[in-house]
Design a protein around this ligand. Structure first.
Ligand code: C2E
Ligand code: MG
Ligand code: MG
Ligand code: MG
Length: 281
């Protein structure tokens, strides 16, 4: 009686694996088709500087609008692209879109252009030429290119990521650790990796109470960054009380709906030309 059951289970597993395989193949194809059909867009979210009170840069955020389906959440399709070995190809496509957009803006020299880089890309020998080509394409605007990398890419590094970071920083690019405090939290890599910014995840900003109640983990991250000589970028700032709290603790950069939402390139260009007024001013 066991044999037919075992056969049935075996057949089921094989079918499941086959289906997964078929889906994976088609997802890869879907991504490639979407790139060819220009379904990807980049939205740009302003980053404000404490010292100047002005918009000092943007973070580029990928968007995918599927015809007949609607927007696909970036964290979802990016995770799928990573799982399918497509993230480098997708990021290269994104970089060409950003190049085209940045060249249409009238931003001043040293305007920050932040790009999210996945772990696999950071630890690949292709990263340096990819980013050098990107920086060269937009050199007319003289921007400051900031690579946003995750804690995960540092922890899993076998040496290539470190070499890539060293090479690019020596050429004047900057590096931010993104979503700081949400990954596999190991502080030892902060001593080993030369980086420029710590981007504090919005989860920590949301821990600030509406009456200014303390957020001890956030306070500790800010102190840690300052002791390491890193500038803090607070993300997900949605309310005045969050901004006040962060400003009082010397946070250097702010990003969030309180200042501005991510917007398409043309809208950003108009908004910037009109004075880059914060949403709440
Ligand atoms: P992230 O890099 O931490 O980006 C910040 C996210 O916070 C963005 O979500 C942004 O729209 C959102 N955000 C900004 N201000 C606020 C706010 O005040 N309140 C709230 N609740 N959210 C705010 P988004 O665009 O959905 O992107 C999600 C994540 O997907 C990003 O998180 C990043 O990890 C990833 N991602 C997006 N674009 C790319 C990309 O081009 N490459 C890679 N590797 N990852 C990307
Ligand atoms: Mg980011
Ligand atoms: Mg985040
Ligand atoms: Mg972030």
């Amino acid at each position: 009686t066991y044999l037919p059951v075992a056969l049935l289970i075996g057949a089921g597993l094989a079918l499941g694996a086959y289906r997964l395989q078929a889906n994976r193949q088609s997802f890869k194809e879907q991504l490639r088709r979407a790139m060819r059909a220009n379904e990807f867009q980049v939205h740009y979210q302003p980053v404000y500087g404490r010292a100047t009170g002005r918009c000092e840069g943007v973070e580029a955020l990928m968007r995918w609008e599927r015809p007949g389906v609607g927007p696909v959440r970036p964290d979802v399709f990016i995770a799928a692209a990573e799982a399918d070995g497509m993230i480098i190809e997708l990021t290269r496509h994104l970089l060409t879109l950003i190049e085209r957009d940045v060249l249409t803006w009238a931003t001043p020299p040293d305007f920050h252009v932040g790009v999210n880089i996945a772990a696999e890309h950071l630890s690949s020998p292709g990263l340096v030429p990819d980013i050098q080509a990107f920086a060269a394409a937009i050199v007319a605007r003289r921007p400051l290119v900031v690579l946003e990398i995750t804690e995960r890419s540092l922890i899993s590094d076998n040496g290539q990521a470190r070499r890539n970071i060293d090479t690019l920083r020596a050429e004047g690019l900057r590096v931010a650790i993104d979503d700081f405090g949400t990954g596999h939290c190991s502080l030892s890599y902060l001593q080993k990796f030369p980086v420029d910014y710590l981007k504090v995840d919005k989860g920590f900003v949301q821990a600030i109470g509406p009456a200014g109640e303390e957020a001890p983990v956030l306070d500790a991250i800010i102190t840690l960054a300052s002791r390491l000589g890193l500038a803090v970028v607070a993300e997900g700032v949605e309310a005045r009380y969050q901004f006040d709290y962060l400003e009082a603790r010397g946070v250097a950069f702010f990003q969030g709906y309180f200042f501005a939402r991510p917007m398409p390139s043309a809208e950003f260009a108009r908004w910037h030309a009109a004075g880059a007024k914060p949403a709440t001013a």
